[in-house]
Structures are given as C-alpha cells and as structure tokens.
Design a binder for this molecule. Sequence first.
Ligand SMILES: C[S@@+](CC[C@H](N)C(=O)[O-])C[C@H]1O[C@@H](n2cnc3c(N)ncnc32)[C@H](O)[C@@H]1O
Length: 252
Amino acid sequence: MSPTTWPPASRALLAQGGAFLATLLLVRLSPIALAPLAWLAVDSVLAAALGRRLGLASWWMPLNLLLPWMLQGASLLQLPGGIYLGGFLILVLVFGGGLLIQVPLYHSNREAWRALEARIPLEARRFVDLGCGLGGPLAHLARTRPELELVGIEASPLTCLAAWLRCLPHPRVKVRLGSLWSMHLAGFDVVHAFLSPAPMARLWEKVRAEMEPGSLFLSHTFAVPGHPEDWTHPLPGREGACLRGWVIRSKG
Ligand SMILES: C[S@@+](CC[C@H](N)C(=O)[O-])C[C@H]1O[C@@H](n2cnc3c(N)ncnc32)[C@H](O)[C@@H]1O
C-alpha cells in the first residue's frame, strides 16, 4: 500500500521521521557547519515539504513546520519522560478509536439531539449510535423517548468510559467498547452515525447489507456519496450541519 493512501496522522508521522533522518544525514555530510537552530529550521521545512509530497492537506503544513520547534522547546523544559508517554496514552485512549477511519471526537449539540428525538418514528423500539462519543444523544433519548432501547458503541476506551458513566442512570442504555464495524445492524429500527466523510461509502454498504426494510438510517451532516438521502433536517448552530435520513427499502 502506497504511503499516500495511509491515514493522515500516519503520513504526518512518516514526514516527521523522514525529515529527521534526512536532517541527521545532512548534518553528517554537509561541509558547512550550521548552528543547531538552523538545522532545526531545515528539519521543519523538510517535514512540511515531505508532508505535502505524501498528499497531506495544506493545513498540515504549519503543523509539520511547528512540531520540531515544539519538541525542541519541550526538551528545554526537561520534564520527566513519563509525562510525554502519559500524554500520548491519554490521546490514544480518547482519540485512538477514530484514527483509522479518520473520525475525530466532536459532539452533536442539543439541537441535533432534539432533531433525533423528533425524527425517530414513534413505533421505533431499538436505536444504535455508531461511535457514541461521550453519549450525549443516548442520554438525551433515554430521558425523552422512554420507549426506546438504546445502544451505543465507541472505539476509544476513555471516551467510552465517559459515555458509560453518563448513561449509568439510564438502565435502558447499553454502551459497549468496540468497533462499529463489528456491530450487526439487523434488529435496530434506527441507526445513527456522526462520523466524517471518510467512512460513509463503506458504512452505506454495511447499512444496505444488514438493516431491515422499513428501518431508518440517520447521518449527522455527512452524506453518502451517490445515494441522496430521503430527507434533510437542517440543524442550527454549525454551518452546513443537518440530520440526513434514509428509509431502507430493501436489503442488499
Ligand atoms: C463525531 S463523534 C460523535 C459522537 C456522538 N455520536 C455524538 O453525536 O455526539 C464520532 C465518534 O466515533 C468514534 N469512532 C470512530 N471510529 C469508530 C469505530 N470504528 N468504531 C466505534 N467508534 C468509532 C470516535 O471515537 C468518536 O467518539
């Protein structure tokens, strides 16, 4: 697999690693003795250029330029190594689940929760939130739609723990740690996802293969390429935000 198809975070890491190795080589081979800060500048420019070559979006440029300077600044603070390891682990536990399919953690707001509440058909009984984040939609629906059995699945362990604690007062909510790809969707009347553009085509395949005719697939904001939704419910507060709904007509 070509590195240009890797997830952006892996490409950024590759760009930083490659630039660092190239700079070390230049330091050894260069006939000119540059000041350490000048080499740092070379390293950061190389990282930004390599990031672009690897197909990273332009907004990664300043990040790639800045990272070597930030690392250098942090090393001057002489903090114990465990702090960096701890910080890294916390980031993985909170954001790690979404890295592979390029889905960050951000939350739907109250307007979106109310739209969900209004759009879930009265006869629906089972609802799942794929990538339930901190559990906002689940907790809201548990309060406002007492007839629903609610399930959330979340891949990032700390985020999942937060959702589980938040939903603890609601016995009809089950929060599970795991990948949304492992959740079988048959038996759910309503499936909700607030992810990113990246997994939508693959998710649609799963929805079509597993959801029963008459059930409802809801996506917060993100469209399914080539498959227009049956209805759109605009959401105030964020530009372009909306709840999109597809009524499943047939399996396959
Ligand atoms: C944008 S947040 C949405 C949170 C919540 N559904 C809401 O509406 O507020 C997306 C969540 O999906 C999670 N996620 C990403 N990929 C996942 C996967 N493969 N399996 C389960 N959860 C995933 C992320 O960790 C993140 O918490």
